[in-house]
Design a protein. Structure first.
Length: 278
């Protein structure tokens, strides 16, 4: 790992699952999401991962809400990296890429299907190819989501045949019941395989629930980047709920001293990920 290698903090502010009844700080409306993003931006986040919700807090694919959110965040946080979710909980496959024409900087792309606690996260090859083509069409950099080992090798193959443009940015996801458990040796193996096959790639890791902070620490130690936020974990620690996404970001910035790695600014993050300036 290169000394003083800056780390990107991604904040996943809302997701598709947590509700106000789980934690009142979860931002649901577009205005709440813009406000939460600004607080996280001020605290040190350089990338925001976005879902939108219906008025009843259920997952939404409303293109107008994505548009309003994109405009609002770009006004309040001009250089933050904006990443839309193409995730499938509560959304039809036909709707999942409908907002990509808005041209966010990035969008999530799962490269396979996986069991979730009470459902199957379905990503058939035809959908994966369609989303990947649209991301190329609209100059969007994918964040390749790895929920299971086969997804990593699918991504490697897609890169080799030109369906994904290198260098890739990969996110390893841990702690979802029925998918990969949060184990450091699994992360180490995945990072080793990624670097062997796609050595120019960058990576981050996300731990859900109680594994969030532990996975953050492994990522910092191994030279990767970090994700936090209420989408993945509604608690600050075992004793209490988090008082907003920004509190989780602030804690993650404090690890800079421990690991001798500076927090990447949005401009630095854009350089690391090969994105143009806003």
């Amino acid at each position: 790992m290169k000394e003083n290698n800056p780390y990107i903090i991604t904040v996943a502010i809302t997701g598709s699952v947590p509700k106000k009844s789980d934690n009142p700080s979860v931002p649901i409306t577009v205005s709440e999401q813009i406000d939460s993003t600004k607080k996280c931006y001020d605290a040190g986040a350089s990338l925001v991962h976005l879902h939108v919700r219906n008025d009843d807090e259920s997952p939404s694919s409303d293109v107008n809400k994505f548009k309003e959110l994109l405009i609002g965040i770009r006004e309040s946080c001009p250089d933050i990296i904006i990443q839309f979710s193409t995730g499938g909980r509560g959304r039809s496959q036909q709707e999942r890429g409908a907002m990509l024409y808005l041209q966010p900087d990035m969008a999530s792309l799962a490269t396979g299907s996986v069991n979730f606690p009470n459902s199957i996260y379905e990503n058939p090859p035809s959908l994966i190819d369609e989303l990947a083509k649209d991301m190329i069409k609209y100059s969007i950099k994918p964040e390749v989501e790895i929920f299971d080992l086969s997804m990593l090798y699918n991504a490697i193959e897609m890169a080799k045949i030109g369906r994904l443009i290198e260098p890739l940015h990969v996110q390893f996801v841990f702690g979802i019941k029925n998918a990969l458990p949060a184990k450091k040796n699994i992360l180490e193996f995945q990072v080793c395989e990624l670097k062997k096959h796609l050595p120019q790639s960058t990576w981050t890791a996300a731990g859900l629930g109680k594994s969030q902070l532990e996975v953050n620490e492994w990522s910092l130690e191994l030279g990767g980047h970090c994700r936090t936020g209420l989408e993945d974990n509604i608690k600050f620690d075992k004793s209490r709920l988090a008082n907003g996404n920004e509190e989780l970001v602030e804690r993650l910035t404090s690890y800079s001293r421990i690991y001798n790695r500076p927090v990447a600014t949005p401009l630095e993050a854009r350089g690391i990920l090969g994105l143009g300036e806003e």
